[in-house]
Design a binder for this molecule. Structure first.
Ligand code: DQA
Length: 157
């Protein structure tokens, strides 16, 4: 199983930006923890961060035929980007949206996610632990898909 982790704008500033909202953990530390979990669970993982919408769209497209799952925090683009939403819909790879903060408790403009309707799940407000939860969730989605596939193969025999 291969997971692609895609991080949107300003998440490279974690540990510096608004620590009262996002906490002290740096993005590298979050990724190191995800990498540990991945290696313990036989999961291949790659990380990508960009401040540019088009680069995020390109990265999602590159996942087509390559990744079994996408974990994405589109950051501010969550609330604006139809292009990122369309890219997720286009590749049709199971995708989990993560937000460090509880966007529903914040400003009104953050309460709408353009991305959520094309995602398998959204994990919101758990701080950096949400990324760990997203790995567990993705492993579960993958196991369920494998089980369905095995059933179908059994039926076809
Ligand atoms: C965020 C929430 C967004 O509203 C914000 O623009 C971010 C981070 C989060 O992880 O809580 O940059 O996606």
């Amino acid at each position: 199983m291969k997971i692609s982790v895609i991080q949107g704008p300003n998440l490279n500033m974690l540990g510096v930006r608004e620590q009262n909202i996002y906490g002290p953990m740096k993005l590298e530390q979050i990724h190191a923890q995800m990498k540990d979990f991945a290696s313990q669970n036989n999961i291949e993982i790659e990380f990508f961060q960009s401040n540019l919408e088009g680069e995020i769209v390109d990265k999602i497209q590159e996942c087509y035929g390559e990744a079994n799952g996408i974990i994405i925090n589109p950051a501010a683009y969550t609330h604006t980007s139809i292009a990122i939403r369309d890219a997720i819909a286009a590749v049709a790879i199971p995708t989990i949206e993560v937000h460090i903060s509880n966007i529903h408790r914040r400003e009104e403009f953050r309460q709408k996610s353009m991305i959520a309707p094309v995602c398998a799940s959204s994990i919101i407000g758990f701080g950096p632990f949400g990324y760990h939860l997203s790995m567990l969730g993705m492993a579960q989605i993958f196991n369920e898909m494998q089980a369905v596939k095995a059933q179908q193969e059994q039926k076809a025999k």
